[in-house]
Design a protein around this ligand. Structure first.
Ligand SMILES: [Cu+2]
Length: 151
Protein backbone atom coordinates (compact mmCIF):
# COMPACT_ATOMS: atom_id res chain seq x y z
CA UNK A 1 0.00 0.00 0.00
CA UNK A 2 1.27 3.47 -0.80
CA UNK A 3 1.70 5.62 2.36
CA UNK A 4 2.66 8.83 0.58
CA UNK A 5 -0.77 10.44 0.27
CA UNK A 6 -1.24 10.08 4.03
CA UNK A 7 2.18 11.60 4.76
CA UNK A 8 1.47 14.45 2.39
CA UNK A 9 -1.90 15.08 4.01
CA UNK A 10 -0.28 15.16 7.43
CA UNK A 11 2.34 17.62 6.20
CA UNK A 12 -0.30 19.85 4.66
CA UNK A 13 -2.37 19.92 7.83
CA UNK A 14 0.74 20.80 9.87
CA UNK A 15 1.46 23.69 7.49
CA UNK A 16 -2.16 24.79 7.75
CA UNK A 17 -1.91 24.72 11.52
CA UNK A 18 1.30 26.79 11.47
CA UNK A 19 -0.29 29.28 9.07
CA UNK A 20 -3.33 29.57 11.32
CA UNK A 21 -1.09 30.21 14.35
CA UNK A 22 0.76 32.93 12.45
CA UNK A 23 -2.48 34.54 11.30
CA UNK A 24 -3.88 34.43 14.82
CA UNK A 25 -0.67 35.97 16.18
CA UNK A 26 -0.78 38.84 13.70
CA UNK A 27 -4.53 39.19 13.79
CA UNK A 28 -4.56 40.17 17.46
CA UNK A 29 -3.10 43.54 16.48
CA UNK A 30 -0.55 45.36 18.66
CA UNK A 31 1.06 43.15 21.26
CA UNK A 32 0.02 44.79 24.52
CA UNK A 33 3.05 43.25 26.20
CA UNK A 34 5.62 45.19 24.16
CA UNK A 35 6.74 48.44 25.85
CA UNK A 36 5.94 51.58 23.85
CA UNK A 37 7.96 54.27 25.52
CA UNK A 38 8.16 57.99 24.88
CA UNK A 39 9.87 60.68 26.90
CA UNK A 40 8.74 64.30 27.20
CA UNK A 41 9.39 67.57 29.04
CA UNK A 42 13.08 66.93 29.79
CA UNK A 43 14.67 69.87 31.60
CA UNK A 44 17.43 70.74 34.06
CA UNK A 45 18.22 73.77 36.21
CA UNK A 46 21.31 75.89 35.49
CA UNK A 47 24.43 74.63 37.32
CA UNK A 48 28.13 75.44 37.10
CA UNK A 49 30.74 72.95 35.95
CA UNK A 50 32.02 70.78 38.82
CA UNK A 51 28.67 70.86 40.59
CA UNK A 52 25.79 68.43 40.52
CA UNK A 53 22.61 68.96 38.54
CA UNK A 54 19.40 67.04 38.02
CA UNK A 55 17.26 66.21 35.00
CA UNK A 56 13.49 66.06 35.29
CA UNK A 57 11.29 64.43 32.68
CA UNK A 58 8.23 62.26 32.09
CA UNK A 59 8.44 58.68 30.75
CA UNK A 60 5.18 57.56 29.15
CA UNK A 61 4.52 53.90 28.40
CA UNK A 62 1.64 52.91 26.10
CA UNK A 63 2.62 49.21 26.17
CA UNK A 64 3.89 46.50 28.50
CA UNK A 65 5.98 46.93 31.65
CA UNK A 66 9.64 47.87 31.39
CA UNK A 67 12.42 49.32 33.56
CA UNK A 68 14.83 52.21 33.17
CA UNK A 69 18.24 50.65 33.71
CA UNK A 70 20.60 53.56 33.27
CA UNK A 71 21.12 57.06 31.94
CA UNK A 72 24.17 58.85 30.63
CA UNK A 73 25.15 62.19 29.13
CA UNK A 74 28.28 63.82 27.77
CA UNK A 75 27.81 66.76 30.20
CA UNK A 76 28.29 64.71 33.40
CA UNK A 77 30.70 62.04 34.65
CA UNK A 78 27.80 59.94 35.88
CA UNK A 79 24.01 60.13 35.64
CA UNK A 80 22.24 58.38 38.52
CA UNK A 81 18.51 57.85 38.99
CA UNK A 82 17.69 59.13 42.48
CA UNK A 83 14.69 59.23 44.70
CA UNK A 84 14.14 62.05 47.16
CA UNK A 85 13.13 60.83 50.60
CA UNK A 86 11.45 63.28 52.93
CA UNK A 87 12.12 62.35 56.56
CA UNK A 88 11.43 64.34 59.72
CA UNK A 89 12.91 67.69 58.75
CA UNK A 90 15.51 65.92 56.62
CA UNK A 91 15.57 65.49 52.87
CA UNK A 92 17.76 62.69 51.58
CA UNK A 93 18.48 61.27 48.18
CA UNK A 94 18.85 57.60 47.57
CA UNK A 95 20.12 56.03 44.33
CA UNK A 96 17.75 53.73 42.47
CA UNK A 97 19.17 50.61 40.82
CA UNK A 98 16.38 50.44 38.30
CA UNK A 99 13.20 52.43 37.87
CA UNK A 100 10.14 50.27 37.09
CA UNK A 101 7.94 51.67 34.31
CA UNK A 102 4.43 50.25 34.69
CA UNK A 103 2.44 48.92 31.74
CA UNK A 104 0.11 51.57 30.32
CA UNK A 105 1.56 54.00 32.83
CA UNK A 106 4.08 56.75 33.41
CA UNK A 107 6.98 57.69 35.64
CA UNK A 108 7.45 61.34 36.56
CA UNK A 109 10.85 62.73 37.50
CA UNK A 110 10.29 66.10 39.16
CA UNK A 111 11.81 68.43 41.75
CA UNK A 112 11.52 66.94 45.26
CA UNK A 113 10.76 63.55 43.70
CA UNK A 114 12.59 61.15 41.42
CA UNK A 115 15.33 62.78 39.35
CA UNK A 116 18.30 61.87 37.20
CA UNK A 117 21.29 63.24 39.08
CA UNK A 118 24.00 64.77 36.93
CA UNK A 119 27.07 63.94 39.01
CA UNK A 120 30.17 66.09 38.51
CA UNK A 121 29.22 68.31 35.58
CA UNK A 122 31.90 68.71 32.95
CA UNK A 123 30.52 72.02 31.68
CA UNK A 124 28.29 74.89 32.74
CA UNK A 125 24.58 74.40 32.16
CA UNK A 126 23.20 77.81 31.29
CA UNK A 127 19.60 78.84 30.63
CA UNK A 128 18.67 78.06 27.02
CA UNK A 129 21.35 75.37 26.60
CA UNK A 130 20.30 71.93 25.46
CA UNK A 131 22.20 68.67 25.86
CA UNK A 132 21.51 65.01 24.95
CA UNK A 133 20.63 62.41 27.56
CA UNK A 134 20.64 58.70 26.73
CA UNK A 135 18.15 56.48 28.54
CA UNK A 136 18.59 52.69 28.47
CA UNK A 137 15.76 50.30 29.23
CA UNK A 138 15.47 46.63 30.06
CA UNK A 139 13.29 45.87 27.03
CA UNK A 140 12.75 49.00 24.93
CA UNK A 141 15.44 50.32 22.58
CA UNK A 142 17.57 53.16 24.02
CA UNK A 143 16.11 56.66 23.71
CA UNK A 144 18.09 59.90 23.44
CA UNK A 145 16.24 63.02 24.60
CA UNK A 146 17.21 66.66 24.35
CA UNK A 147 17.27 68.31 27.77
CA UNK A 148 16.65 72.05 27.98
CA UNK A 149 18.26 74.13 30.72
CA UNK A 150 15.86 76.53 32.42
CA UNK A 151 14.93 77.90 35.82
CU1 LIG B 1 19.98 63.24 43.55
Amino acid sequence: MDQRPTVRAARISLLTLLAMLLVTGCGSGRDQNVPEISVRDAWARPVSAGGHGAVYLVIENAGGADSLLSASSEVAQVVEPHETLHGEGVVQMSPLDTVPIPAQGRVIFEPAGKHLMLVDLKENLEPGDTFPLLLEFDRHAPITVSVIVRQ
